[in-house]
Design a protein around this ligand. Structure first.
Ligand SMILES: Cc1cc2nc3c(=O)[nH]c(=O)nc-3n(C[C@H](O)[C@H](O)[C@H](O)COP(=O)(O)OP(=O)(O)OC[C@H]3O[C@@H](n4cnc5c(N)ncnc54)[C@H](O)[C@@H]3O)c2cc1C
Length: 407
């Protein structure tokens, strides 16, 4: 199958998902805002979201991300791309369909590296959407975009490890249903740089784990929360070390590939929605005797948005196709490229849509301000732009490593 074809089953899901968005998800956005306002707690789990989850499950629009048929529909990355894009159009849809970060990445980790006990205790309820999980790698004290710096200490003591250190930006850790953390830390400071880290499964209520605060994002407290967490003499039994000591880096590479491209797929959906809102608003508001859309510069923005969206979609599909055909590792330069391109381009389109909306664009009457804040964080989360560009540049330069000065 070429990257331009959409399979019959993906087409079926696509049609069903579009219908679900129109009939349930978009109408739920205003209800969600109302319920959140009434609750007065940014980390409240509003009933409307649970209703959406039940409806998505009833319709079979559930766990579509999961690549293993045993645990989900077993779609390829190429098949999942148009579906994640549709979910990206509303901030409610990914969790409604149990396809939200970071749970998807954590579910993949439990699937690939979890023990039978982890699968029973965490994977199954995660797949059922009854619990949530967080991934704690980044630390306030060290530059964590270079993961070899991560230094939360994990010291062996008999048949346990003792964890001490501080994490932050653990997304989802303030979700009321969050029960488990996957924590990356240093087990052996003397090993080779990529063998020093391990990943461990830590219940969020384990003695010594303290969730200190939720970090705001441009003033927003995201519902799932981005937590700063302290670990003080937290005891983790050996059986909760994922894959084995020293395997943390290998697991994070396996985890972050799919997670990154899913973010990009959803970013395209956000860009599409912003373009739609921009066109609708520009067609109906009149200034100086004509619709805003009649101005050449606005038409230029609209045309550029369409061109840019088509370009990032093609690059996403190419990366997805390569992940399916030659593997995540071999597709890493394409994943790096789209991880830079998609958030930046979507951000530009959302920014222009905000401009066309005038003051309304920065309020919460439209989903644009929140989309902008989210997309801006995507230039940092799962690796800052510069780190992905470094991967790309090194790959390009490798082709010329025999070239000497003056040649
Ligand atoms: C909303 C949000 C959610 C997040 N969720 C999670 C999560 O769930 N779990 C988790 O563990 N982390 C999470 N993160 C953290 C995120 O992954 C890190 O912020 C990111 O990896 C950068 O690490 P750092 O903040 O330590 O920046 P640093 O490593 O201190 O880097 C700072 C800046 O230096 C620049 N830089 C770095 N290397 C180079 C280079 N080689 N060349 C040029 N410039 C360079 C980049 O611009 C970078 O942004 C989240 C972040 C945000 C904002």
């Amino acid at each position: 199958m070429s990257m331009f074809d959409i399979s019959e089953r993906a087409e079926k899901y696509r049609a069903q998902l579009l219908e679900f968005m129109d009939s349930h998800v978009y109408p739920a956005e205003a209800v969600y805002d109302e319920q959140m306002r009434a609750a007065g707690d940014p980390h409240f789990q509003p009933p409307v979201l649970e209703e959406l989850k039940a409806e998505a499950q009833r319709r079979g629009l559930w766990n579509l991300f999961h690549p293993y048929a045993e645990w989900g529909p077993g779609l390829t990355n190429l098949e999942y791309a148009p579906l994640a894009e549709i979910m990206g159009r509303s901030h409610l849809a990914p969790e409604a369909c149990n396809c939200n970060a970071p749970d998807t990445g954590n579910m993949e980790v439990f699937t690939l590296f979890g023990t039978d006990e982890h699968k029973e205790k965490y994977l199954k309820p995660l797949l059922a959407g009854t619990i949530r999980s967080a991934f704690a790698m980044t630390e306030p004290a060290v530059a964590s975009s270079d993961a070899t710096n991560v230094e939360l200490s994990m010291v062996r003591d008999g048949d346990e490890y003792i964890l001490n250190g501080r994490k932050w930006f653990a997304s989802n850790a303030l979700h009321p249903n969050c029960t488990v953390l996957i924590v990356m830390g240093k087990t052996d400071p003397d090993a080779a740089p990529h063998r020093q880290q391990s990943m461990m499964v830590v219940p969020i209520d384990a003695p010594g784990v303290t969730v200190l605060r939720g970090l705001p994002v441009f003033g927003y407290q995201d519902r799932e929360g981005h937590a700063e967490i302290d670990f003080a003499n937290v005891r983790v039994p050996l059986k909760d070390v994922l894959k084995g000591e020293g395997e943390g880096f290998a697991i994070s590479q396996a985890r972050l590939g799919p997670g990154r491209i899913h973010h990009c797929m959803r970013a395209i959906g956000m860009a599409e929605r912003a373009l739609e809102l921009m066109c609708r608003r520009a067609s109906t508001r009149i200034t100086f005797g004509k619709p805003i859309a009649a101005n050449a510069n606005i038409q230029d923005w609209i045309a550029e948005a369409r061109i840019d969206i088509e370009m990032i979609r093609l690059l996403t599909l190419k990366a997805a196709y390569l992940m399916d055909t030659v593997g995540n590792k071999e597709a890493r330069t394409e994943i790096a490229a789209i991880k830079v391109a998609a958030p930046n381009i979507a951000l530009k389109i959302v920014d222009r849509a905000i401009q066309v909306h005038g003051g309304a664009g920065v309020t919460d009457d439209f989903p644009l301000a929140m989309a902008w804040a989210h997309l801006r964080t995507l230039r940092l989360a799962d690796g800052p732009d510069e780190v992905h560009k470094r991967t790309l540049a090194r790959q390009e330069l490798r082709k010329y490593r025999d070239v000497k000065a003056g040649n």
